[in-house]
Design a binder for this molecule. Sequence first.
Ligand code: NAD
Length: 485
Amino acid sequence: MSDSTVLAQNPGLDENALLARVQAPEGEGREILDAATREVIGRVPVQTVEDMDAAVARAKAAQPAWEALGHEKRSELLLKAADAIDASAEGLAHLLSREQGKPLNGPNARFEVGACSAWLRTNATTVLEPEVLVDDENLHAELVYKAAGVVGAISPWNWPLMISMWQIGPSLRMGNTVVLKPSGNTPLSVLAMVSVMNDVLPADVLIAVPGRGDTGSRLASHPDIAKVMFTGSTETGKKIIEASAGNLARLTLELGGNDAGIVLPGTDPAAIAQDLFWGAFINTGQTCAALKRLYVHDSIYEETVQALAEIAEHTPMGPGLDENNVLGPLQNKDQFDIVARLVEDAKAHGGRVVTGGEAAPELGELFYRATIVADVTDGTAVVDEEQFGPVLPVIRYTDVDDAFARANAAEVGLGASVWSSDVDAARAAATRMQSGTVWINSHGGLHPMVPFGGTKSSGYGMEFGVEGLKSVAVPQVVSGPGRKG
Ligand code: NAD
């Protein structure tokens, strides 16, 4: 089938058509609410542990033929799946926006759907060559990468489509089949994306199983799962590690973060304020590798705080389907309560709320104003804990070495950033950060060819690029006679 045939067959589905495909039958399933309006969007099927077992069995049966297709044919099908996502991009973005809360515009719902097809295309076209280890008179040894088998993918609610794709794309590319357990908070948009991909993929190569925590833990502990790709909290990540003692599944764990940024002395606050703001407030702060604690040198502290507050006050927040908004609600009440608690605690411990610092009930039940908290320091909950919401604590420092020591004191180490008008100085200081990625004069930017992963309690294993393909494969050494035969 050519691309144009695929598009002619599937000119794209709108939100209602997507919902109709994935919803539970009338009278069944569990209600999913619009994060902004709290209206019922639809009902998701609730599948059981037995359904999960059946899905893994189907994926296992489908895997050998999928692997046998070879890289070229699989790449072709994955490129068609990317086209299918693009054809329904607007419907997917609307469903995502309502279910997750993120606005259509800004670095949000349309951006996320676009990233899914972009990532999938990169996965489909990235080549993982065998590595020659020794090639001499006596020995020719190389390392080849083969499919692991069935991959269990478990994704969170903050970037539900994009993070699911980070797990699905490379896994399918390498010849694995995938069983995906989307977050119970945001299952409909993920089921919809999988459904349009399955218009072009062979049966049972990619199966999504919506369910509760017990279906997720069954997937992680299932004896026929060779690899688990997990993104979520550190707490759940530890349970996945325990489960892997039973099935010896290989793991990639992308866990929580509490990313620090350090603004070095001599930096012009006006030049970096926009990038600082979006580094922290992307997806209304509900981003694993967002800037969550900002250390600013005393000499530019107040100017930086005021520049951030000014942007926070002028950035439109509201329901995501309104084209004007770029900040949305918290996705769920638990997360809203965490954000409110941390801000109240900061106030009680002498924190200065420069802007925000309260809910925005006129916008809806789960909206919390973009908040800048100054004059807080390490040891305060809003600095020490992951807020995962629209709040940025700004911490004053006077000694650069001390700032790095405080930034590195956290148990987690996902991302970090160093900011300076002198890029060379920032680059020289960057590797002092204990984190999987350190950005210079930006925070959180990702690229499908640049590996991404955490250190310390933020997890292990890397996604994206060639490293990401290796992580969903099993290496095999092929060792034979050397040049002399
Ligand atoms: P979570 O750990 O509660 O849930 C993640 C997924 O695991 C969900 O699909 C959930 O249903 C499932 N799950 C729950 N219990 C399970 C179990 N016992 N076994 C198997 N699966 C189980 O996380 P969340 O609240 O959805 O996501 C927020 C967290 O994720 C934050 O801490 C955030 O920093 C982190 N996160 C990390 C990254 C990253 O790339 N490092 C990206 C996004 C989010």
